[in-house]
Design a protein around this ligand. Sequence first.
Ligand code: GUN
Ligand code: ZN
Length: 359
Amino acid sequence: MTQLHAYRAAILHSLGDPSQVGLEDSYAYYEDGLLVVDQGIISDIGPAEAVLARLAPHTAITEFSNKLITAGFVDTHIHFPQTEMIASYGEQLLDWLNNYTFPEEGKFSDPQHAQRVASFFLEELLRNGTTTAMVFGTVHKASVEAFFTESHKRNMRMIAGKVMMDRNGPDYLLDTPESSYSDSKALIERWHKKGRQLYAVTPRFAPTSTEAQLSMAGRLLQEYDDVYLQTHLSENKQEIEWVKSLFPERAGYLDVYDHFNLLGHRSVFAHAVHLEEAECQRMADTDSVISFCPTSNLFLGSGLLDLPRVEGHGIRVGLGTDVGGAPAFLYYVPLLRLIKSSNFKNINFILLKLCIWLL
Ligand code: GUN
Ligand code: ZN
């Protein structure tokens, strides 16, 4: 392979977050564009006419007419073990977990099953244009081992973690505060920053962890200051009431996580549909991130995040699919329908929202 290769197509690329820099300055679009790659790294980009004028002679050019080149999509919240139960329909969150999700996740005690599903899942992400994702495994350490092995093989950028859950689930899915700590620690030592892999400490959500386990999650974040945290927050009204009854001494759902020092600029909270004003403020003050999962929220009847409200508080927001809570790996399928009926500026705005991951 020669060092330089150029690709000619329509090109859309991001320059900044539209909610920060304004729509006009947030993207560049070249109807006839040229992207130059030098040994796997982009070395030039712009309107074809201008880039061709400065391109090294004899550079090979591949033409993709009527195609759009854009940055890989980033899915900020997804469960790889739920791939084969995608679109299990008819229940809200808590029944859906008990009836479909937990039995499916139980299958991941088998490392071969985990390897097969991880491989299929990663191919499915690529097929849908997603090159980076923040991913839940199951409670089984081997599920994350299999996942990182497959991701590392493909040189994909994945942030993933072993689920910590030591109560309110079936016995076959429960760990203990101690085992969740030692399994997570071993995975961090083995995989965090290996190639393009990164680790996220992953308590499933407040109801499935004891206080002892949440404090172990906080301890891991303290011991490894550059790992991520991922969990669920305020997705469903019944769930919120349950958290309040399990942690009566805390001011609310977010305060449970706050109490165990789980908030911060590498902490990603899936859903956060029903936040109180004070919770929005606390998310902003700690620079914590919301993963907005519209297709899942609509599918499970959870409600829908008020995006302008949380962005108004200065909270960073990324998009996630939450598969299998969502019916598809493509979060932009329903949005593409919207795009069809909107003007071109809105097309770019929506695509850029999908592309940007603000860490
Ligand atoms: N809350 C706790 N676990 C889950 C899960 O697997 N999916 C969703 N959507 N919400 C959750
Ligand atoms: Zn989820």
